[in-house]
Design a protein. Structure first.
Length: 200
């Protein structure tokens, strides 16, 4: 038996006018640029990280629809303009988990730099990696689309923070400039699948 935590789930059905403009979460091509959209804040309260530490924390994620809306509209525009190779929301587990999931999905490597992630001042590497702040995305973009993509997100909390690599290694550089994480993508995928007991 595999039981998930109680979760509020919304399901939306719609007509997709052009399926060629649908974007999946997996990294596509080595050399694609990794952008973080949205602000990372000190919001680890109730997070997977604190749960692993047997703690609850104080600062739970806040949802500010008015603040998030411009970013969502620009992302929609970028997808419609075929600037985006992949897009994935950052949810439970935080940025570290979802960067790894993008790499695992494409069975490619990734290098990310926490010093370049749009975030609240004073956050530790742990806070940047595992905060569960709402309204964020990991997006990969082909280098040929860099100029147009960055112009579209000018003035918003969005930054180039990494690159997709051919070697299937997931590496994260801390805010101090040193590598703080280096794992084989295959090992990460195996660890992610282990709790399912062979169901996936």
């Amino acid at each position: 038996k595999v039981s998930g935590l109680p979760t509020l789930l919304f399901t939306v059905s719609s007509v997709v006018k052009d399926i060629n403009r649908c974007v999946t979460m997996d990294a596509k091509i080595p050399g694609d640029l990794v952008y973080i959209l949205g602000d990372t804040r000190n919001e680890l309260g109730g997070s997977e990280f604190y749960q692993a530490m047997r703690e609850t924390g104080l600062h739970v994620p806040r949802v500010d629809t008015e603040a998030f809306r411009p970013l969502y509209l620009r992302l929609h525009e970028a997808i419609q303009g075929e600037m985006v190779a992949s897009a994935h929301a950052v949810t439970r587990g935080g940025l570290g988990v979802h960067l790894a999931m993008v790499a695992m999905g494409g069975e490619l490597g990734m290098e990310a730099d926490l010093a370049k992630v749009p975030c609240e001042q004073g956050l530790t590497d742990t806070g940047i990696l595992y905060s569960e702040s709402a309204g964020r995305f990991v997006v990969t973009v082909a280098p040929k689309n860099r100029e147009a993509f960055e112009a579209l997100f000018s003035g918003l909390r969005a930054a180039l923070a990494g690159v997709v690599t051919e070697e299937p290694i997931f590496r994260v550089r801390g805010t101090g400039g040193e590598w703080i994480m280096e794992e084989k993508v295959a090992d990460l995928k195996q660890a992610w699948k282990r709790p399912f007991g062979g169901l996936v």
